[in-house]
Design a protein around this ligand. Structure first.
Ligand code: INI
Length: 164
């Protein structure tokens, strides 16, 4: 039996794109801070001059799939992290945005073979979103870890495929 898994020690060789939605910026900017903190602590160069990490802002979570597809297809990145916050409030728009973002992001990963992390919070209230973006924990951190694990795992699987 063979076991394959990603690790966190090769993070310095991954090229990563982070796509962030400006809508609910109070939440998404905190997710981004947590995400960058985790990447930096795992050796990723997160400086302004970094060639390892690119940051792209989009208006809202609805726009995440299109831009993510563009980045994933470019061949420049081993993993893409999407960050957004869709808050139900009283609007039926919630379901439309969540469905498009989640299905769109999943299909980008399947179509391009590039792992895409679904870092979109879906909550009933702003309070719940803020709790997940720093007040209690910061899921931006977890999304970054998942990205490093998936980037690493995919390179293990690619090297396996190319050697067989
Ligand atoms: N975008 C979000 O990221 N979160 C939301 O909660 C949200 N709500 O509730 O409307 C939202 N809407 C904007 C949407 O993502 C698009 O940017 C907009 O419809 C233009 O295409």
């Amino acid at each position: 039996m063979a076991t394959f898994e990603g690790c966190f020690k090769d993070s310095t060789s991954l090229k990563i794109a982070v796509v962030v939605a400006r809508f609910n910026d109070l939440v998404t900017s905190k997710l981004l801070s947590g995400c960058l903190d985790c990447l930096a602590r795992h050796g990723v160069n997160t400086s302004e001059a970094s060639h390892q990490l690119d940051l792209v802002w989009v208006p809202g979570s609805f726009e995440l799939p299109l831009v993510t597809k563009n980045l994933a297809k470019s061949g420049r990145y081993q993993v893409v992290i999407t960050l957004g916050a869709v808050i139900r409030g009283d609007t039926p728009h919630f379901d439309v945005v969540v469905n498009e973002a989640s299905k769109g992001i999943a299909s980008v990963a399947r179509e391009t073979g590039v792992p895409v992390i679904f870092g979109v919070l879906t909550t009933d209230t702003m309070q719940q979103a803020l709790e997940r973006a720093g007040i209690k924990s910061n899921l931006g951190w977890n999304f970054a870890l998942q990205a490093l694990e998936m980037g690493s795992l995919m390179s293990v699987l690619h090297s396996l495929n190319s050697s067989s």
